[in-house]
Ligand binder design. Structure first.
Ligand SMILES: *[C@@H]1O[C@H](CO)[C@@H](O)[C@H](O)[C@H]1NC(C)=O
Ligand SMILES: *[C@@H]1O[C@H](CO)[C@@H](O)[C@H](O)[C@H]1NC(C)=O
Ligand SMILES: *[C@@H]1O[C@H](CO)[C@@H](O)[C@H](O)[C@H]1NC(C)=O
Length: 416
C-alpha cells in the first residue's frame, strides 16, 4: 500500500532529478465520465445551463481579481457528467459530478441525511483503513482558510469547511463538512493521501452521484493533487458508452492536433481561451477575444456574449436552408427537422482560437430538442462565454495545466 508505482515515480522525478518536469513521463491514470441520461431533456438542460451561467457570472463579479472563483452547479438531469472512481481501503466505488469549473473534491460521508444529492450512495469512512481527518495544519486546509472557507475545530485536529457555489450570500448552494485524506483508485492505480471534503450537510443540485470532483486549475482540485500536469477527456456522442477521462496524458499526437494558450480572464482557475472569430458557412464573425471563452464540462449548452452572439446567429439564419420553427427556451435559431434526417442543410461551423481551429461536427451545434424541431445550440450570454459539453463531443480535449495550453483533436472516444 505505502509503495505504488505512481508514488515512487513522483518521488523519483520530484526529488532525485529535481529538474523541470515533463508530464508525459508520468503514468496515465484512467477514469471514466458518464452522462446521467441517455437522451438529454433540453428544457431542463437550458434551465440548468442558464443557472450555472448566471451564478458563475455573479461569483466572478463578486470576486474579480480573486483566483478563488467557484462555479455553481445547478439542477439535475440536464446533461451533466459523472466521474466513476473508487475511494478507501477496501475500495468503495462511487460516481460524482465531474466539474472543470471548481476545485474542491467532496463526497457525501456516512448517513448524510441532510445532503444533496439525495438517493445516491455515500462514502463510509468508518469502513476504510486508509481514512484520516486532515488536521488544521494541512496544506489544503490553509488554502481554504485563506479564502475564509474553513475554520479549525477539535483543538486543531479538524478542518471544517463551508464551501459555497455561486453567490456567497446564497445559502442554498453549499457543501459543508470536514477535510479528510483517502486513497483514491483510478482504474487500477491507487493514489494515497488525496485531500477531499467529507460532507455532512449540503444543498444545491449536484447531479445524481455522490458528490463532486473539482477538476479546476486551483490547488484543491484532483488534477492539482495528482500532480499530473495535464488531463484530458473525450466526451463520446454515443449515449450508450462512457467517456474516458485520463490524468497525466501527454501531449496529443497525430493528425489534426490544435493548441491554444489558456488565458486568465475571466478567472485563472477556469480553462478559458481566446476565441478570435467564428466561421459559419462563408461568413466569419468576431469571437469573444480576450474576454475569454470557457471550456466547461459542467455546462451543457454553449453561450456567447454580445456582439459575438447576434452576429453569429445572423450568419446561421441567413445560411440555413430549412423551415424556421418558433424560438423556444432561449434557442433563437430553430428549424423543422428535415424528414430525411440529413444535416447538410446546416452551414459548417468553425471556431477560430488563438493559433487553433476547431471544425465542429454538425451534431455538436445542431441539436434535436424534440417534437421534430432542431435548434442551433448557442444561446446569448449577458456575461461570460462558455463552450459547453455538447459542443466538445468527439474531441479529445487536453487541459495542460503545467504549460497553460489547451489542445484538442477529433477522436473516436472509444479507442482512447
Ligand atoms: C459505519 O457507519 C454506519 C452508519 O453510521 C453504520 O451503519 C455501520 O454499521 C458502520 N460500519 C462499521 C463497520 O462500523
Ligand atoms: C495564505 O495566505 C498567506 C498570505 O497571503 C500566504 O503567505 C500563504 O502562503 C497562504 N497559504 C496558503 C496555504 O495558500
Ligand atoms: C455565401 O454563400 C451564399 C449562399 O449560402 C451566397 O449567396 C453568397 O454569394 C456567398 N458569398 C460568398 C462571398 O461566397
Amino acid at each position: 500500500m505505502a509503495t505504488n508505482k505512481f508514488l515512487l515515480h513522483t518521488l523519483f522525478i520530484s526529488f532525485l532529478l529535481a529538474a523541470p518536469q515533463c508530464y508525459s513521463d508520468r503514468p496515465v491514470l484512467r477514469a471514466t465520465m458518464t452522462r446521467s441520461e441517455k437522451t438529454i431533456d433540453f428544457t431542463r438542460a437550458v434551465r440548468r445551463s442558464h443557472e450555472r451561467l448566471s451564478m458563475l457570472a455573479a461569483r466572478l463579479a463578486a470576486t474579480s481579481g480573486d483566483a478563488s472563483a467557484q462555479a455553481p452547479l445547478q439542477q439535475d438531469g440536464g446533461g451533466e457528467y459523472g466521474m466513476t472512481f473508487s475511494i478507501g481501503t477496501p475500495p468503495q466505488q462511487l460516481s460524482a459530478l465531474a466539474d472543470t469549473g471548481s476545485d474542491l473534491v467532496w463526497l457525501k460521508c456516512g448517513p448524510c441525511t441532510q445532503c444533496a444529492p439525495q438517493g445516491s450512495p455515500s462514502y463510509y469512512p468508518n469502513t476504510s483503513s486508509s481514512f484520516s481527518k486532515m488536521p488544521c495544519s494541512g496544506g489544503l486546509c490553509g488554502v481554504l482558510k485563506n479564502q475564509s472557507l474553513a475554520a479549525c475545530s477539535a483543538g486543531g485536529d479538524e478542518c471544517d469547511y463551508l464551501y459555497s457555489y455561486g453567490l456567497s450570500k446564497s445559502s442554498h448552494h453549499y457543501t459543508k463538512g470536514y477535510l479528510s485524506t483517502e486513497t483514491f483508485t483510478l482504474g487500477t492505480d491507487a493514489v494515497p493521501d488525496i485531500g477531499f471534503g467529507c460532507t455532512t450537510m449540503s444543498e444545491g443540485g449536484y447531479g445524481t452521484g455522490s458528490g463532486l470532483v473539482g477538476l479546476g486549475r486551483g490547488s484543491l482540485s484532483l488534477v492539482s493533487q495528482l500532480n499530473v500536469g495535464a488531463f484530458s477527456y473525450c466526451l463520446t456522442s454515443d449515449p450508450s458508452k462512457s467517456s474516458p477521462l485520463l490524468f497525466g496524458s501527454g501531449p496529443l499526437t497525430g493528425p489534426g492536433v490544435q493548441s491554444t494558450p489558456l488565458i486568465s480572464v475571466p478567472s485563472p482557475s477556469l480553462y478559458s481561451v481566446d476565441l478570435q472569430s467564428i466561421t459559419i458557412g462563408n461568413v466569419t464573425t468576431p469571437g469573444t477575444g480576450d474576454s475569454g471563452f470557457i471550456f466547461d464540462s459542467g455546462t451543457t449548452l454553449t453561450y456567447l456574449a454580445e456582439p459575438a452572439y447576434t452576429l453569429a446567429k445572423a450568419a446561421v439564419l441567413s445560411q440555413t436552408d430549412l423551415v424556421r420553427a418558433p424560438d423556444q427556451d432561449g434557442f433563437e435559431a430553430c428549424y423543422v427537422a428535415p424528414s430525411d434526417g440529413s444535416d447538410t442543410a446546416a452551414p459548417p461551423m468553425v471556431l477560430h482560437f488563438d493559433g487553433a481551429d476547431m471544425v465542429l461536427p454538425v451534431a455538436n451545434y445542431v441539436v434535436d430538442v424534440g417534437d421534430g424541431v432542431v435548434c442551433w445550440i448557442v444561446q446569448k450570454s449577458p456575461s461570460v462565454s462558455i463552450i459547453g459539453n455538447i459542443m466538445q463531443m468527439d474531441f479529445q480535449v487536453l487541459h495542460d495545466v503545467e504549460n497553460s495550453v489547451l489542445s484538442f483533436q477529433p477522436a473516436n472516444c472509444d479507442n482512447l
